[in-house]
Ligand binder design. Sequence first.
Ligand code: DQA
Length: 146
Amino acid sequence: HNVLVINGPNLNRLGLRQPEIYGHQTLTDIIDSLSEKAKDLNVALDHFQSNAEHELIERIHQAYQKTDCIIINPAAFTHTSVALRDALLSIDVPFFEVHLSNIHSREPFRHHSYLSDIAEGVICGCGPQGYAMALDAAAQLLAQNK
Ligand code: DQA
């Protein structure tokens, strides 16, 4: 099975960016340990990060071909992007939404997500571990669906 991890804007700055909120691990650290976990789960992991909405949309469109499940942290686009929502609706690939921080305990503008109601599941406030939890959930879903 193929799982694609997508990270949105500013997540390339993890480790440096507001560590009191997002922690000290870099995105490379997170993806490295996720890749190890994927091996154990017998899942092929692909990763894409972009700060540009249109690049994220293009990558989602491509996922139509060989991706079985997406794990996405849309970052700030969570709260703004009808276009990302529509991109995910345009492909027939289930996805899990992940946020490092608990978006519900932060500013009111972070409380709404344009993706949550169409996601398979949502994990937030668990830090980098949230990606690992989403990968477990994805593997379980794919094992069920075969
Ligand atoms: C985030 C939460 C968003 O509100 C924020 O814009 C981000 C990161 C998180 O992982 O906690 O960039 O998605």
